[in-house]
Structures are given as structure tokens and as C-alpha cells.
Design a protein around this ligand. Sequence first.
Ligand code: ADP
Ligand code: MG
Length: 253
Amino acid sequence: MNAQEKIETYCHKLRLPYIRDHYKTEIDNAVKAKLTFHDFLHDILKGQILERIDNTINRSIKSAGFNSIKRLEEFDFSFQPQIDEKRIRELGNLQFIEDKQNIVFLGPPGVGKTHLATSLGVKACQEQLKVSFFTVQNIITELKIAQATNQLVKLMRKLTKVDLLIIDELGYMKLDSISATLFFQLISHRYEKGSIIITSNKQPDQWGKVFNDDVIATAILDRVFHHCHHFIITGKSYRMKNIKVHDPEKQNK
Ligand code: ADP
Ligand code: MG
């Protein structure tokens, strides 16, 4: 084995893929920039660390189960001026997760509820926190399967342990009584133990209809809204932004 092959083998054994793939260019750069041995070693180790952090973040974004990746920087606050941008940006510092507070985004379809919830989740992943994203439909399915297979306690424990649980699209589907009870159990388990972000197209006074049970809905609302930042978004749908609606009144003017 020549020196080059040995370096590559050692890197492989030590799991240093960044160094294996970049040491030649790093050496060239070090020679050109007349780096000291110290600086060279520092730079190449830093490259390896950054790559490892990047991989961890990508893995945690993947395992969170987002429907699509959205970032706060991509959110056009000028399109939705009633959203308090400063409050959202403050939530971006993720103190709410440390403080085990909840966030609720309420509003009609297309106003950016899922986008905002996802982008806070992605930020949490970037800080190497554990995030799980579910639609209501998916989480109910998981809970029902777990119940049917005697795994409910285990699943509840898992869902209680994540740093941030995002539950998207509450209100699109009416829940039967088993689903409503399971949902209540989940909320109770996480109450004051971990943050939840909920998005809903239904205002809280409609949740009784969503859960088909006023008592359960009140118990859920009580716990969710106890330590909670909530946003009522009333603007236009971003999905319809470029769709021109024919307005005969305007045409006649
Ligand atoms: P909701 O969950 O309220 O129905 P979404 O968050 O899914 O709406 O938004 C619908 C689409 O429009 C998504 O692709 C989202 O990224 C985009 N979107 C919504 N609001 C904005 C905004 N203010 N700026 C940029 N993109 C937006
Ligand atoms: Mg949505």
C-alpha cells in the first residue's frame, strides 16, 4: 500500500470521510496559503466536524417526517401582514421548546400554517433537537395500530420523549370517539412535559365538533392553550396568489 492508500484506509477505519475526500485539496490549499501545520490540522478537522454535524441535522430532518421542508427565511411576511413577524422570529430562538410551551396556528387553508410549523421544526432539527411531525390523520392511525397491538404505552412514551411534536391539520377530519380519546391521552401525556405545535383550520369554539365531544374538546383545549403562543391567521391563501379570479363587477367599471 502506498502512502495515499494508507491515508484513505486509515480515514475509512476512523470514519473520517471528509478528510479522506478532501485531504489532497486541503494540502494544496495549505501549501498555497503557507499555512502552519497547526492551521492545516485545525482546518481539516473542522471540515470533518462540520460535515458530521450536517449529516446529523439531515438525518434528524429526515426522521422528523415533515411533508416537505420549509424554512422561516422563505416565508413572505408581507403577504400575510397580520402575522406578527417579530413574535414568529422570537419563537425561532426555540426558547418555547426549552420552556415546554405550545404553539397553535389557526386559519383557513393556504395561509401558511404548515409552513410556519414546519420551519420551526426544521430549526429545532438544526439545533439537534428531536422533532416528530404528523398530520392528525397519521397520528391517529399510529395510535390506533399501537392500541390494537398492545404498543400504546410504548408509543405514548416515544411521543412524550421528543423535544417537539407537530400535529398538522386538526379539523379537516372529524374524529370518532376512540380517536378523540386517544388524542386526549396524547395531549395529557405531553402536558407540561414537552412542546406541541398544532395547526388547525377550525377556531377553538369549533373543536367540540371536531372531537364530537365537548367535554374532551374542553379538556384538550385547556391543556393545549395553558402555556401557549397562538396565532390567528386571517389572510388570503398563498396557494391562490397567482390565480386571477374573474370579477364581472370590476370589468364593468
Ligand atoms: P396551510 O397549512 O395554512 O394550508 P401551507 O403552509 O401549506 O398552508 O401553505 C401553502 C403553500 O404556500 C406552501 O407551499 C407554503 O410554503 C406556501 N406559503 C404559504 N404562505 C406563504 C408565505 N407567506 N410566504 C411564502 N410561502 C407561503
Ligand atoms: Mg396545512
